[in-house]
Design a protein around this ligand. Structure first.
Ligand code: SF4
Length: 477
């Protein structure tokens, strides 16, 4: 056999990809998720109704349940489980989709003059500045909490109803999950807490074509099957692939670095400022802003120190690595500060549960940090194309498994697959262009790649297959 060098692959010392998580939230039944969404919405509306009750004891309990149980529980789900679970269940996201569900959305004329559902313009103000807008709303929300909403059940109820109405209107005005992607202040918080992937999150980039990844928008088709319902409302969407969103967000999201670096300071500052006596509460927003600014300065100084340390070894790649380390550490500090300093005094059961919750969060976030620091974008990119590349190699060599010393093709690591792709087509006398065409087609079909980003994101595959940019354009044509 001319390509018996394949047998040397196991000795390369390269490891296979990590096993898929046991809890696969992306595969959870859409019907069940729909029922849970309705239940959560009903519970939330009930809680809002309770905030209006004249009995102060009931209203205060409802207020405590919202701030001291509901909100921390959402963060706990994001940290311990994954964004895939929460983003498929969030009642606010659900409300924002009601206009779409009843087929009553704002429409504008398309290029042919026919009415089509309005979208957020990719080059428009909202698309470019949404993180700044969301973080501004987040700061405003925290300030409002310190001054008013932490203490007044009625004002909290009014605030929550206004938020529900805003989500409804945004869902009417723009297609997709415009509320979640462009307006909701919790969206950047989710990006910060999830990083490349939550501990139990699935690896979207390793999913086979046809699989609906993570919390990708989906619907139930006419014959009862679950189908992808993505309208492409956001580039590098966290619902499709959180890790891609993380790597692309390191550079390409104005305002995200500021938000990320300010987050640990905001968490610590907010939890300490909550203890201010009532007479000094009006100062809380200013103090909060000062703490956020200080946190950003600390984050920048830490990043600069990392850059100095890494530049001699990594050269031009040092900036990205410094961003990655600083952001992951900021998330780790913030999440542990949140659960470490939270004191849910209004709900005794929640207060009693805090010590084990703190231990759990510390353990989970430590493993998450360790895993996140070991990743790099190059490895992610190789893994991303490895599934498609493996498929093409199996087409090229149908009995591939037979030559792998008892290993299955799926057991090969991304690096091994890329190594094989370099040598196999030539040894088999096959066209490297055909292999590349298969990879591109598979990635485009599965939604893991867009035409616009393909040239850049497949640079490594072309290098492995010794193909040029012109070959890429030929394949796309
Ligand atoms: S890009 Fe697609 S999957 Fe992501 S929120 Fe928009 S419609 Fe949903």
């Amino acid at each position: 056999m001319r390509w018996c060098r394949l047998h040397a692959l196991p000795s390369l010392g390269l490891s296979a990809e990590p096993p898929a998580p046991v809890l696969a939230f992306h595969a959870w039944s859409e019907r069940q998720a729909h029922v849970v969404r309705w239940l959560l919405l009903a519970a939330w509306l009930l809680l809002i109704g309770s905030l209006f009750l004249p009995d102060p004891a009931v209203a205060t309990t409802a207020l405590g349940l919202f701030w001291q149980v509901g909100v921390p529980l959402v963060l706990l789900v994001l940290v311990v489980l994954s964004h895939e679970a929460w983003r498929r269940l969030c009642p606010l996201a659900f409300v924002s989709q009601l206009a779409r569900a009843i087929g009553w959305q704002r429409s504008v004329p398309d290029v042919r003059g026919r009415p089509s559902v309005a979208r957020v313009a990719p080059a428009g103000w909202l698309a470019r500045h949404h993180v700044r807008l969301q973080w501004g709303l987040f700061l405003a929300g925290l300030s409002l909490r310190l001054v008013l909403l932490n203490h007044s059940p009625r004002w909290l109820a009014v605030f929550l109803l206004a938020t529900l109405a805003a989500a409804l209107v945004v869902g009417w005005a723009w297609a997709g999950k415009a509320w979640c992607q462009y307006i909701c202040p919790m969206a950047p918080v989710q990006s910060i807490l999830v990083g490349p992937r939550s501990l139990l999150g699935s690896a979207a980039h390793l999913a086979g074509s046809g699989q609906i990844t993570q919390s990708t928008c989906r619907s139930i088709g006419p014959s009862g099957q679950v189908q992808r319902a993505c309208v492409g409302c956001q580039k590098d969407c966290i619902d499709i692939d959180a890790e891609l969103s993380f790597w692309e967000g390191l550079r390409g999201k104005p305002g995200l670095a500021w938000a990320w670096f300010s987050y640990p300071g905001l968490v610590v500052g907010f939890l300490l400022l909550q203890r201010l006596p009532a007479t000094q509460r009006p100062w809380a927003p200013l103090l909060l802003l000062a703490v956020a600014g200080l946190s950003v300065l600390l984050g920048r100084a830490f990043r600069a120190a990392q850059l100095r340390r890494l530049r001699p070894r990594l050269g031009a790649a040092a900036g990205q690595r410094a961003d990655q380390i600083t952001r992951l550490l900021a998330s780790f500090v913030a999440v542990n500060a949140f659960f470490g300093l939270s004191e849910p005094h209004l709900v005794p059961a929640a207060a009693a549960a805090m010590p084990p919750v703190r231990m759990l969060v510390l353990a989970v976030s430590a493993v998450w940090l360790y895993r996140g620091l070991r990743r790099d974008q190059g490895h992610y990119a190789r893994e991303r194309i490895s599934t498609s590349l493996r498929l093409q190699l199996q087409k090229l060599v149908p009995d591939l498994a037979h030559h792998l010393d008892g290993r299955k093709p799926e057991d090969l690591s991304a690096d091994e697959v890329v190594t094989l792709a370099k040598v196999l087509p030539a040894q088999m006398g096959a066209s490297r262009l055909a292999v590349y065409r298969g990879v591109v087609a598979d990635l485009l079909r599965s939604g893991r790649l867009t035409r616009a980003a393909a040239l850049l994101q497949l640079t490594e595959v072309r290098r492995s297959l010794q193909l040029s940019d012109d070959d890429h354009h030929t394949v796309l044509r």
